[in-house]
Design a protein around this ligand. Structure first.
Ligand code: ATR
Length: 272
């Protein structure tokens, strides 16, 4: 039976084992999938140990994605471009392949929701790791992206780094005022502290869709704010979580599982 695991710190609340076991059942593949709490000092040692003991693949979550990027011997193009690895596949005893499935997972979820089209105008708020991971697939799909961030310089620098890959520009938050966007994505971690980014309520309307990469039980603060401003197309990052896992599953097992039943099961669990 193939051995897989997710590494992070903290890791207690990770839903990855549950998601991968549901995919396994759906596709008739037998696997073992554990949660591994890696101490911050020696994440790399724990990862090496896992693969030496027969591990076939791993997911990497906070705070280790950049360290996993440096650790692997080979990288997919999309991992190379975003500078972070969330999925590793053992190729042989000497080679580990690092991939990043966060962005394609997000795009898959946005497509499932009908929130995105190739000509879509998207505002992304935030310029940290979550946004960086999401940019490439959206740009490749054809979307026109405006980046904004509390610390504008970071949005400016990120937009500059991705400028050769598609339509992307940056704007200071106070200058993002017109209702020109089809989709607004919150890629900040503001929801963790119950906050929302300070963006104008003029951006919201019944036509725009809002997506929060963060998720929690009930509406996130950002989605609640959007709802209070007439937005009806609302979704949180639970679908992105299942989407990134589906692409990791594909990398390991060669089969793309159906995310819908798994997402429904997780939503039910979160609501109960
Ligand atoms: P992650 O890897 O989760 O993206 P990160 O790299 O620390 O985390 O980035 C967090 C992002 O959330 C940043 O864009 C941050 O804005 P700053 O660059 O100005 O720090 C944003 N963020 C966090 N808390 C926020 C808040 N309360 N309001 C607005 N933006 C916030």
């Amino acid at each position: 039976m193939g051995m897989f695991a997710v590494f992070g710190n903290p890791i207690q609340h990770s839903k990855s084992p549950l998601i991968h076991q549901m995919f396994a059942k759906q596709t008739g593949i037998e696997l073992e999938y554990q949660k591994i709490l890696a101490p911050v000092e020696d994440f790399e040692m724990h990862l090496t140990d896992f693969f030496e003991k027969g591990g076939e693949g791993a997911n990497i979550t906070l705070p280790f994605k950049e360290r996993a990027f440096k650790f692997v011997s080979e990288l997919t193009d999309r991992a190379q471009i975003c500078g972070a690895v969330n999925t590793i596949r053992k190729l042989d005893n000497h080679r580990l392949l690092g991939d990043n499935t966060d962005g394609v997972g997000l795009l898959l979820d946005l497509q499932r929701l009908g929130f995105v089209s190739p000509s879509c105008k998207i505002l992304i708020i935030g310029a940290g790791g979550a946004t960086r991971g999401a940019l490439l697939p959206l740009l490749e799909y054809g979307c026109d992206i405006t980046l904004t961030n509390r610390t504008f310089e970071k949005a400016e620098s990120l937009a500059h780094q991705f400028s050769s890959l598609g339509k992307i520009q940056s704007k200071p938050m106070e200058q993002v005022i017109s209702a020109e966007f089809d989709l607004i994505i919150n890629g900040t971690s503001s929801g963790v502290t119950g906050d929302i980014p300070k963006i104008s309520h003029n951006l919201f309307s019944a036509q725009v869709a809002c997506y929060d990469m963060f998720y929690q039980r009930g509406l996130t603060p950002f989605l609640l704010f959007a709802k209070q401003n007439q937005v009806t197309k609302l979704a949180d990052g639970l679908g992105m979580l299942v989407g990134q896992a589906a692409f990791a599953f594909k990398l390991w097992h060669g089969i793309t599982p159906d995310i819908d039943p798994v997402l429904k099961a997780l939503q039910k669990e979160l609501e109960s």
